[in-house]
Design a protein around this ligand. Structure first.
Ligand SMILES: *Cc1c(COP(=O)(O)O)cnc(C)c1O
Length: 388
């Protein structure tokens, strides 16, 4: 195959600073480029390919559905949609699910539900959503407004009004905000992914949940990156024993197909009625079949393996030469390296390991089923690169 970099750069909008890497195929956690060079993949397409590339079970589920009924629209009932919704509710205790196609859309729905609930219970001026500084919630104009990082905003003002940001871990200021501003929702990631793989403290998360409950403010947990087994629990909020009102998820849910889901608890389940929200592609049967095959494999034994692999990575990298700190939860790992993160990622790629970055960190989001031997090999290469 000839290089297609020039073709891509000519015709594809230049929104991505791509690495000069042309990928053509993959199996499990190994991906192959146009020259036949193999890489151990520790990025999973940003936490999407939960079971790696061309996984047999996932591929079988998806191809069976694709060759039966690939799309119907939401005017009719389809079985994969109903099955996936039931499974998600049974595994979380949530009561209803809205399906969309991405993380941003899952968050849009979450915000719409919270705003409608709060307007109906507290009045039309109760529309402000409090999110955290350094958060990431998506690229649509509303989820950009929710995102607490100014540099994403500047070129696209005015954004959707009604969003304010508070520092993570600052419960005192959050308390004041809730007292001063009619608050429609509080929204956060338990581990800030794009913000640098920062796990929020147990005290803060539990404190926010209590504050939200006391004031009947819908608590939205953005599990787009942390969800679907990534942190060693089905959803990251489960580490803290809190009960969110709304959970949004996407990325790893579909195992490589675009799907977003917004889960609503008992209180939120009937907020949206017919005509209040919709998505043409939402609940696409092929995406739902893929997602169902992913969720059904995330049992306790499997999640324990995710935690064990995480522990291995933390142990291997903490205090290693050229590494300042290791952060995160489960197989969502941030590494503060002495060398600039981008330099480490580039050097690892040359040595056949694909890593991500998040702010000033090297970020790892390997497939959840990465074989331990493969993970060890990749971690040794990261250590070598950091120590050089
Ligand atoms: C990636 C991400 C999003 C946006 O998801 P898209 O599918 O790119 O729209 C939202 N929230 C979090 C926490 C994310 O990591």
């Amino acid at each position: 195959m000839d290089s297609f970099i020039a073709q891509d750069q000519t015709y594809v909008a230049g929104t991505y600073a791509r690495f000069p890497l042309e990928l053509v195929s993959g199996t499990g956690s190994v991906v192959t480029d146009i020259h036949g060079k193999e890489y151990i993949d520790l990025g999973s397409g940003i936490g999407v390919t939960s079971f790696g590339f061309a996984d047999k079970e996932w591929t079988a589920a998806v191809t069976a559905q694709a060759s039966t009924l690939q799309h119907t629209s939401n005017l009719y009932y389809t079985k994969p949609c109903a099955d996936l919704a039931q499974t998600l509710c049974e595994r979380t205790g949530m009561k209803k699910v809205f399906f969309s196609n991405s993380g941003a859309e899952a968050n849009e729905c979450a915000i719409k539900v919270a705003r409608k609930y709060s307007a109906e219970t507290k009045g039309a001026d109760c529309y402000t959503v409090i999110t955290l500084k350094n958060s990431f919630h998506g690229r649509t104009l509303t989820t950009l407004a929710a995102t607490g990082q100014d540099h994403f905003h500047q070129l696209f003002n005015p954004l959707t009004p009604g969003f304010v940001h508070v520092d993570a871990e600052d419960l005192e200021t959050l308390n004041k905000m809730v007292a001063d501003i009619p608050t429609a929702a509080i929204m956060l990631e338990c581990v800030q992914g794009e913000g640098g793989v920062i796990a929020l403290s147990r005290e803060f998360i539990i404190g926010v949940a209590a504050l939200a409950k006391e004031n009947d403010i819908p608590l939205i947990i953005d599990e787009v990156q942390t969800g679907n087994g990534r942190t060693g629990e089905l959803y990251a909020y489960m580490h803290y024993g809190i009960e969110p009102d709304i959970v949004s998820t996407a990325k790893g849910l579909g195992g490589g197909l675009p799907i977003g889901a917004t889960l609503m608890n008992e209180k939120m389940q009937n907020v949206l009625g017919a005509g209040d929200h919709g998505s043409t592609y939402g609940a696409n049967p092929v995406c739902c079949a893929g997602a169902l095959s992913v969720i059904n494999r995330l049992d306790d034994a499997f999640l324990a393996e995710v935690t064990a692999k995480s522990q291995y990575v933390f142990d291997a990298l903490t205090n290693a030469d050229g590494i300042e700190s290791v952060s995160g939860l489960g197989l969502m790992i941030g590494i503060k390296t002495v060398k600039p993160a981008k330099e480490v990622v580039t050097a690892c790629m040359e040595k056949g390991v694909i890593c991500l970055t998040a702010k000033d960190k090297v970020r790892l989001l390997p497939a959840l089923n990465i074989p331990t031997e493969t993970l060890k090999k990749a971690v040794e290469i990261i250590k070598t690169v950091c120590a050089e």
